[in-house]
Design a protein around this ligand. Sequence first.
Ligand SMILES: C[S@@+](CC[C@H](N)C(=O)[O-])C[C@H]1O[C@@H](n2cnc3c(N)ncnc32)[C@H](O)[C@@H]1O
Length: 205
Amino acid sequence: MSRKEHWDQVYSSKPSDRLGWYKPRLQTSLEWILALGLDRDAPVIDVGGGASTLIDDLLEEGYSAITVLDIAEPALELLRARLGDRGAAVNWLCGDITRIILPEDAFELWHDRAVFHFLTEAADRERYRENLCRALRPGGRLIIGTFAPEAPPKCSGLPVQRYDTDLLRETLGKEFELQHHRKELHVTPGGVEQMYLYCAFRFAP
Ligand SMILES: C[S@@+](CC[C@H](N)C(=O)[O-])C[C@H]1O[C@@H](n2cnc3c(N)ncnc32)[C@H](O)[C@@H]1O
């Protein structure tokens, strides 16, 4: 099964609030984004945003230049349906972050919760990084949540690369300055404990 087939099938198989990564609110992401004090028209992208509620919350907070990218069209459809008219303000991109070519200097903030950790091949991580370095403006911010070393080795039935801060810094490269980090325990709707590592970086190419 291809990567896209996997994710299309995942979102078609269960309600989004029964998926392992579901949280009624992405508090850490939201809190950290708000703390950046970005202009409300600053362009932000949620990479692999799925059907998460972060976009509902960002729209509620007045962010007006939001892009959501996901490989799974059913995930984007779920989010679009939930947002209704509010979704008209969102820029929707269906694609694989390791294949799509994002425009240069397009975003002030790149958010990724539980997407980068699925890239277990160095070549895919490098293609992700190329997009990140092209599309994020100098001085822009990256907020990323991955499985921490204590987390299970798989997520959604797929192997993941687990990160501590040193490995994530090394993997992202010296252009990314770590500002702060936090570990957070997530318990899936099925009761499985998954320790996440959230890191906030400043892009200083
Ligand atoms: C574990 S879910 C996390 C969803 C969301 N970020 C959240 O925190 O609720 C991973 C998401 O990344 C998407 N995804 C996985 N691989 C991707 C890729 N290579 N390019 C774009 N999206 C991808 C999946 O469709 C899914 O929505």
